[in-house]
Ligand binder design. Sequence first.
Ligand SMILES: [Fe+2]
Ligand SMILES: [Fe+2]
Length: 361
Amino acid sequence: MKRVVTKKLAPGMVLANDVHTYDSNIKLLDKGTILEEKDIARLAFYSILDVLVEDDPVETEALTSLENSELSYSERLKQSESFKEFKADFEQCVNGFQNSIRDIIDNNDTYKMEEVMAPIYKLLGKGHTASSIFDMLHNLRDYDDATYTHSINVALIANILAQWLKWDESEIEIATQAGLFHDIGKIMIPNEIITKPDKLTSHEYDIVQTHPQRGYEVIRNLSISAHVKNATLMHHERCDGTGYPLHIKAPQIDKFAKLIAIADVYDAMTSARYYRGPLCPFIAISMFEDEGFQRYDPEMILAFLSNIVDTYLLNRVRLNTGEVGEIVFINRNKFSKPTIKIGEDYVDLSKCPNVYIAEII
Ligand SMILES: [Fe+2]
Ligand SMILES: [Fe+2]
């Protein structure tokens, strides 16, 4: 019997123990299972770092999946049942949210907040860990990038960040709602401007910048938490006063708006945009490190970056030099520059100014 990290598992290996999720008692696989690609993807999906396997794999089974074992982690994840299920739930969530928003904008009183929020909680449930949700979101990137999709992403990220900050249940719920509603004002901005592939003119940019107030106007009379309304109005404000529309500073900004600001910018950076592809999360992290501590709430940004980076421990990455390795040690002073194991060598990226993680593979 030996312990093997999930990323090194191959079809045909035989589990020596039952495997359960870390955070709940769901049994994922039984002792004696002869692993197939879909089982390995399932273990990765549930963030199982390693498992015990028997010394001798079943060779005949292994050969049938030789081609599959060359798939990247992302490709394997996308083929997994869990991912397909998450994607279907996500699409359902987008449709439901679109209908609710239409009701709200039309001043139709029939919507119920619990019904608007239920699909989001469905996505967060089912034993998903924070890291598996980030994995899903990063791999849904080629699906769509409309305002609705972004709003659901921000709701999920805000929920996870509020948990990392150990906020209480009711605050986590408000944070999730705030994420969902923060960009509701964008629905009123002409689509040609929102989806314009070229640089916006200054006039168009002025129009985009009206979305926090427009959104606030839409929801100001709803019977929802004032924090949700403030987050809609203030999510583009920055702690150093460089944001908009009110140009207020840290003490005046609602704490839920500060939380949404981080979730919003992270999602915007790691999503495909009409004018560029998605950025690697580590590039987003380094951008936060360069300018984040003045512009965002220091406690929130620290919790966010340290937890995000932790979800990538043991992931395989490609550096800008083309080398491939595994993240083995997180550098607490420079989250974007962990130590990478390449072959038998350990490379501390914080000591290599021109080397960075270009892709998670
Ligand atoms: Fe916004
Ligand atoms: Fe946004």
